[in-house]
Design a protein around this ligand. Structure first.
Ligand SMILES: [Zn+2]
Length: 353
């Protein structure tokens, strides 16, 4: 008797579950797609929308766990040229970008012209070269085998900003050499964690080569071997972008450039869609005639009292020239006086106001 009741109960339970499943499916069917709010010319004017404006690509290297007062240089620079910065300076930079209306986007999305920044805000891109351990310092593994990230390393700080400002869209691209992040036992876990958590990994050559001093064979090995390493650890999840070491070979016409953009290595061809230079100011909109994704400029993220294209000087210049989004990834909205800058190859809907 007990078993019959039990069977009946199980049968009713199955009916109930099947019933729930089908109701959910019907609910999904009748759900309408979210309609985009149609923006007016007034909205564009009020927000100064300009999707032909410039985009800052920030270039960082090391982030050192120090106060600004603990260095011998200005504004949190740890070395003379400000390639190395303090954690205090990095945190200040991140607060500055956010409060000035900048929201992060992925470098690869910028190159592809997929800018999803909200209405009235401006895109900014963070890059880190050299795979320094202070970019993402792992202090151990938790009981589930996940990496524990030092909160005072660059990624630890970025993760705290992810929580503090959910609309900041925290992301960055890390350009690594053959030694990856210099933490042998954790390198693979670090790469996987980064790509699973909204960050990107690019190629900075195997041994930080100066391409002006390399022959074609060496150039191919330097680029190809890093792609091969990334291909083995995070297949299809790294970005085909090379940050040129020292910015070398300094010209798109250099004889080694073709080997950087198309690299035959280990029976595979690796295509590089962009190369990054070292230096000095913001880049064109990806919808501009001037956009050259194979040779992108970066801003050195350092302090020099507002001179020599430091952060302050660049962001003062950007006040007049910056990209300001319409909040719609599918349209390119530009003011009438900028329309001559528009590239003919733009495939998206263009609105001129
Ligand atoms: Zn470098």
């Amino acid at each position: 008797m007990v078993s019959i009741v039990k069977k009946l109960f199980n049968f009713l339970l199955i009916l109930l579950l099947v019933g729930c499943g089908s109701t959910q499916k019907e609910d999904l069917k009748i759900e309408k797609p979210v309609e985009k709010k149609e923006l007016t010319i007034e909205d564009y004017k009020n927000n100064n929308v300009n999707e032909l404006g410039e985009v800052p690509i920030m270039m960082y290297h090391g982030i050192h766990n120090k106060k600004n007062s603990e260095t011998s240089y200005t504004g949190g620079n740890v070395d003379k040229d400000g390639y190395q910065r303090t954690t205090e300076a990095f945190i200040n930079d991140l607060e500055f970008y956010y409060s000035n209306g900048y929201r992060m986007i992925r470098l690869t999305d910028y190159v592809d012209g997929n800018i999803n920044t909200e209405l009235g805000k401006s895109p900014i891109i963070l890059t880190f070269d050299d795979g320094l351990s202070n970019n993402i310092n792992v202090t151990g593994l938790d009981k589930d085998g996940n990496i524990i990230i030092d909160p005072n390393s660059a990624v630890g700080i970025l993760e705290s900003f992810k929580k503090k400002y959910p609309d900041y869209n925290v992301t960055a691209t890390f350009f690594v050499n053959g030694g990856l992040f210099g933490q042998k036992e954790y390198n693979e876990k670090i790469l996987k964690w980064l790509v699973d958590n909204g960050y990107d990994i690019g190629n900075h050559t195997y041994s930080h080569v100066n391409f002006t001093e390399a022959d074609s064979k060496r150039s191919i090995e330097e680029v190809g071997s890093v792609y091969k390493i990334l291909d083995e650890i995070i297949p299809n999840k790294y970005v085909n972008i090379v940050a040129l070491p020292f910015g070398s070979p300094y010209s798109l016409d250099h004889t080694n450039m073709p080997y950087i953009f198309s690299t035959d290595y280990n029976n595979k061809t690796y295509i590089t869609k962009s190369a990054l230079r070292v230096g000095w100011k913001a880049e064109s909109s990806p919808f501009s005639k001037d956009f050259e994704p194979r040779f992108l400029k970066r801003i050195r993220a350092y302090d020099n009292n507002g001179k020599d294209f430091d952060i302050e000087m660049n962001f003062n210049l950007l006040e007049k020239t910056k990209y300001i989004s319409d909040g719609d990834i599918d349209t390119v909205v530009i003011p009438e006086n900028e329309k001559d800058k528009l590239s003919e190859s733009v495939k998206k809907e263009v609105k001129i106001y």
